[in-house]
Design a protein around this ligand. Structure first.
Ligand code: GLY
Length: 320
């Protein structure tokens, strides 16, 4: 008697990657940066291990980075030209392409969680400024005094920007902008998600909206392919719809790594913009690339943490 062959399904390894921004991270900040991204990736991975969703995992990881003043998101956000905090965030899930985002919000401790409420509790994909804060109040989300989000480092960067009166674009080209946090994940069910959060660029105009809260620019995901989160010069990223472009390359059969490199290279040649991305495929294959001097990133899969800061660097963290 012949045995019916059992159909083997590939088990998806829950996987998460985070970034803490692509820019010229000074050596004095190397340690807080690599420690921060490793802690954030562990927080997100714990969520995946509890069999919660990829959306839960990316929100958890990004909340951790928003609460760490080392990074330019939530507490520690960059300041606009008036010295105010105006934050952007997005979250997206890959099954039904649901997405929520907020832009130019103030007084919000964790903009990524407000973005998630926009996704889950409204008919909209993006709420701005006062309307977003009003929605936050309705939802009972934590609001804080703006002073609590402002750090000495952000004030110093604004003083520098005003002293040398460089343009925002040049500032970025000179690597003087600390930039953005994000996370991408695939859970055991094969659902992907992404989230990105930022204070934007130091000295930006009041009301400036960067790439981060825009679908396809600051983040994009689709269960058919994978998930992407970006960091870098927002205007350049928006012009090339960086994250959606990477997914399009994956649709053509490129690996996450090749797709990331190809899209960033296009951004360099086409609009002379620099930045970085993290990518995970729906099978748990990962990619990360940046065209800035450094980008802090960490990944976790099969209980192992890897991280890096310099080009080509991939270090496996010791198990604790
Ligand atoms: N990438 C963040 C921004 O330009 O606002």
């Amino acid at each position: 008697m012949t045995e019916t062959p059992t159909k083997k399904c590939k088990q998806i390894q829950p996987t998460i990657l985070v970034h803490g921004g692509a820019w010229t991270i000074p050596h004095s900040l190397s340690k807080p940066y690599v420690n921060g991204v490793q802690e954030a990736v562990k927080k997100g991975y714990e969520v995946l291990c509890r069999n919660e969703s990829a959306v839960d995992a990316v929100e958890e990881a990004v909340r951790y980075l928003e609460n760490d003043p080392t990074f330019n998101a939530g507490t520690g956000s960059a300041l606009n030209i008036e010295g105010d905090v105006e934050m952007d965030a997005i979250i997206m899930e890959g099954k039904n392409l649901q997405s929520g985002a907020v832009t130019c919000v103030q007084n919000i401790k964790n903009p990524v969680s407000l973005a998630r409420l926009v996704m889950e509790k409204t008919d909209h994909t993006l709420l701005a400024a006062q309307g977003a804060n009003q929605f936050a109040a309705e939802q009972g989300i934590e609001q804080v005094n703006t002073d609590e989000l402002v750090c000495e480092k952000s004030l110093e960067m604004l003083r520098e920007k005003k002293k040398y009166s460089v343009t925002v674009g040049d500032q970025f080209r000179q690597g003087k902008c600390h930039d953005t946090v994000g996370a991408v994940a695939v859970d055991a069910s094969g659902n992907v998600a992404c989230a990105t959060s930022t204070g934007g660029i130091t000295g930006k105009r009041v009301g400036r909206v960067g790439d981060s809260p825009l679908i396809g620019c600051g983040a994009y995901c689709d269960n058919n392919f994978g998930a992407v989160s970006s960091t870098g010069h927002g205007e350049s990223i928006s012009r090339v719809t960086l994250c959606r472009t990477i997914i399009a390359h994956m649709e053509q059969g490129l690996s996450p790594q090749d797709a990331a490199e190809k899209a960033l290279s296009y951004m360099t040649t086409k609009v002379q913009g620099s930045g970085g991305v993290i990518v995970v495929s729906n099978q748990g294959d990962i990619g990360m690339s940046f065209t800035t001097i450094r980008m802090a990133w960490a990944s976790m899969q099969d209980g192992r943490v890897c991280y890096g800061l310099d080009p080509g660097q991939k270090i496996e963290a010791k198990k604790c």
